[in-house]
Design a protein around this ligand. Structure first.
Ligand code: CP
Length: 350
């Protein structure tokens, strides 16, 4: 049984799972969503299980969907704030009594609970691109219970699961023949993570969509992840094309996923303060990259706009798009954080 193979696994990156394993967790999440709609309880799935959640960055969707989700499964979500915990550190970064080595934090929490979920990215790690995932990996190395990645600088696998669930609900599981336009947009704060783009592209390509990804030349994504996306497209019967014109992503699209993210080439060692220097100048060249009504009208009449939220209205997307006929999928995507993560937790924590 696939679910038995999933028991006890960490949920760190989508790439760590087969397509079938991801499908199993999504299908389970959809069953639990149907239960909720029928007011059928399923709190016998993870009775008395404790999920520790460590947030080093703010969150609306992730925190509340995990907390509500573990409760609905019969367990308990325990929220740890950095201000009330000593900073968990890697070897060589100890700060006396102000910090505690990750190896020790992970082993202690493992003895008290049933999973540890972590979000760490951006300013908290001085924008060092690889560091936040290294921290999450270090937790996983020492923890005796599953570790769940709630977003680092590279990966946001829980978001990718919710995105895929929203796409399935629109088109079914087989996305072949569907054009999914994905694009960078401008943003007034050059501090938005690239992880949601990575995992949206990963899932759209895994399930066979024709993906057109538009971004300015300086806004490349992670080359290793782009190789995964190309391989997915080749294996699934979909396609992947990169363009430097936003309209290419929108034209005749079934979905337009449009969001801002940082320029990887300007992260450390170039800068650890993206708000102060080159990033702002660079973004200024592309202020007209916004998901507006004119661009959405290039897409199919039934097209939907997607974004992981929170979005910056007036910069990434207009009010008319988000609040108009294109916006519904965006809120399905947000709601599906709850259902998709319940599928993940029920599979790995049972
Ligand atoms: N999309 C997402 O992760 O939202 P939060 O930052 O509010 O958790």
């Amino acid at each position: 049984m696939v679910t038995e193979k999933l028991k006890g696994r960490d949920f760190l990156r989508l790439q760590d799972f087969t397509k079938q394993e991801l499908e199993t967790m999504l299908e389970l999440g959809l069953q639990l969503k149907a239960d909720n709609a029928m007011r059928r309880a399923h709190d016998d799935l993870l009775p008395r299980r404790t999920l520790f959640m460590m947030f080093f960055n703010p969150s609306l969707r992730t925190r509340n969907s995990f907390e509500a989700g573990i409760f609905q499964l019969g367990g308990h979500g325990h929220f740890l704030e950095p201000s009330s915990t000593r900073l968990p550190t890697l070897e060589g970064e100890d700060m006396g009594y102000a910090s505690e080595r990750i190896s020790d934090v992970a082993r202690v929490l493992s003895r008290m609970g049933d999973a540890i979920a972590i979000r760490i990215l951006g300013d908290v790690v001085g924008w060092e691109y690889d560091k936040s995932y290294r921290i999450i990996e270090e937790f996983a190395k020492w923890s005796h219970v599953p570790v769940i990645n709630m977003e680092d600088n590279k990966y946001h696998p829980c978001q990718g699961m919710a995105d895929a669930m929203a796409l399935w609900e629109l088109f079914g599981k087989d996305l072949r023949g569907r054009k999914i336009g994905v694009t960078w947009t401008w943003g007034s704060s050059p501090k938005k993570p690239i992880a949601p783009h990575h995992d949206f592209l990963y899932m759209a390509s895994l399930f066979g969509a024709d993906v057109v990804f538009s971004r300015p030349p300086e806004m490349r994504i992670d080359p290793g992840i782009e190789e995964n996306i190309k391989a997915n497209a080749a294996a699934s019967g979909g396609s992947y094309r990169v363009s430097e014109t936003m309209e290419d992503a929108c034209e005749n699209a079934d979905v337009v996923y449009a969001k801002n993210y940082v320029a990887l080439d300007l992260l450390p060692p170039v800068t650890s303060q993206p708000e102060k220097d080159e990033m702002v100048k660079l973004f200024g060249k592309y202020k007209n990259w916004i998901a507006d009504e004119a661009r959405m009208n290039l897409a199919k009449p039934t097209a939907q706009y997607m974004h992981c939220l929170p979005c910056e209205r007036g910069a990434e997307v207009t009010n008319g798009v988000l609040d108009g006929k294109w916006g519904e999928a965006c809120f399905n995507e947000a709601e599906n954080r709850l259902h998709a993560q319940k599928g993940v937790m029920a599979a790995i924590m049972h």
